[in-house]
Design a protein around this ligand. Structure first.
Ligand SMILES: C=C1C[C@]23C[C@@]1(O)CC[C@H]2[C@@]12CCC[C@@](C)(C(=O)O1)[C@H]2[C@@H]3C(=O)O
Ligand code: AKG
Length: 354
């Protein structure tokens, strides 16, 4: 029997079947033109059916994206010792292969930066002033998009005021919990390609995002896959590749938005598979609320459509604060179903292929 050993650099990183063109999302990829009439309805439909969507006509200038991506590429190309000087990520700073504190590993390196209000936090320093400036400009654009999308979610669901969700993440008053992450996935090592041509290292293992929403940008290298559920109860899902498009962004529903919409919107499991030939660079903004924010279904959604004498909809979740959820998340493994302990009853079955 021939036993194929993984190259040492990949020993603790899981391998998955290499994506093929058949895995690509076809014409069904949810795309929302943020400037179009009826965009709010489209946002809600995409979040309910898929838990993510691609955004076009977003109004974010190419320069804003290009400046931060160039800074990220420059940083990741610097000598290992210079990068290590900004790590380890605990949770903020430079990290390589290790994700979080509980043994998760991926074929990537990253820079995790805390945001304080509208700019990077002074307490998690950026590696250079030019990266800081580019990141601050980018964060401003992401906050604007987060507001637009969350206002559309409220409008599309018939929730008032329009800012009910957006203010939790990008409001002026409370200290929300936002994060910026820059990821670099080197190409799959040639030795592995020769040994196991049908396998690729996991770049970022499957997970859902704990916050309300995440906004993702990537360069033109593929790798992102999302889980499409055929039968969520049976845990039956299919990994589908989302083709990269540097001119657009992806909005991803997080666990907290799932709870606030009482399960109407679903946080989507996603992962990154390392590309065989090219480096992938992604930049992702995570929008979370203040630590003390109660995470529970919006009242207006529970009473909507309830007539006299009828019972209002019950929450499907035990109540928690964002601070409690975040603490539990940091004790969990990347791929854990972090909402499971809070479910009051099985989540509704969504069938995006129906
Ligand atoms: C393994 C982990 C990494 C993570 C914290 C965690 O313990 C579980 C959740 C992970 C995640 C996923 C979305 C983005 C992120 C920054 C977050 O808030 O939760 C990461 C955390 C991380 O990379 O540190
Ligand atoms: O790099 C990507 O495309 C996704 C990254 C991601 O899911 C994350 O950083 O949480």
């Amino acid at each position: 029997m021939v036993v194929l050993a993984k190259p040492a650099a990949l020993e603790q990183i899981s391998l998955v079947r290499s994506p093929s063109v058949e895995d690509n999302f076809g014409a069904g990829l949810p795309v929302v033109d943020l400037a179009a009439d009826g965009a709010a309805g489209e946002v809600v439909r995409a979040c309910e059916r898929f838990g993510f969507f691609k955004v076009v006509s977003h109004g974010v200038g190419e320069g804003v994206v290009g400046r931060l991506e160039a800074e990220a590429v420059r940083f990741f190309a610097s000598p290992q010792a210079a990068k290590d000087a900004h790590g380890p990520a605990s949770p903020f700073g430079y990290g390589s292969k290790r994700i979080g504190r509980n043994g998760d590993m991926g074929w990537l390196e990253y820079l995790l930066l805390a945001i304080d209000g509208a700019s990077l936090s002074r307490s998690s320093p950026a590696p250079s002033s030019s990266l800081r400036d580019a990141a601050n400009e980018y964060v401003g654009a992401m906050r604007g998009m987060a507001r637009t999308v969350l206002e559309m979610v409220a409008e599309g669901l018939g929730v008032a005021p329009r800012g009910a969700l957006a203010d939790m993440v990008v409001g002026d008053g409370a200290a929300s919990d936002q994060i910026l992450r820059l990821n670099h996935y080197p190409p799959c090592p040639p030795l592995l390609q020769n040994l196991m041509p049908n396998c690729s290292p996991t770049g970022f293992g499957e997970h859902t995002d704990p916050q309300l929403i995440s906004i993702l940008h990537s360069n033109s290298t593929s790798g992102l896959q999302v889980a499409l559920h055929h039968d969520a109860d049976a845990g039956d899902h299919q990994w589908v590749t989302v083709p990269p498009d540097p001119a657009s962004f992806l909005v991803i529903v997080g666990d907290s938005l799932q709870v606030m919409t009482n399960g109407r919107m679903r946080s989507v499991r996603h992962r990154v598979v390392a590309n065989k030939l090219k480096s992938r660079v992604s930049m992702i903004y995570f929008g979370g609320p203040p630590l003390e924010q109660r995470i529970a279904p919006l009242r207006q959604l529970l009473v909507a459509g309830v007539g006299d004498g009828e019972e209002e909809e019950q929450s499907r979740y035990e109540e928690f604060t964002w601070g409690e959820y975040k603490k539990a998340a940091y004790l969990s493994r990347l791929g854990d179903n972090r909402l499971a302990p809070f479910h009051r009853q099985p989540p509704p079955v969504a069938n995006p292929l129906a």
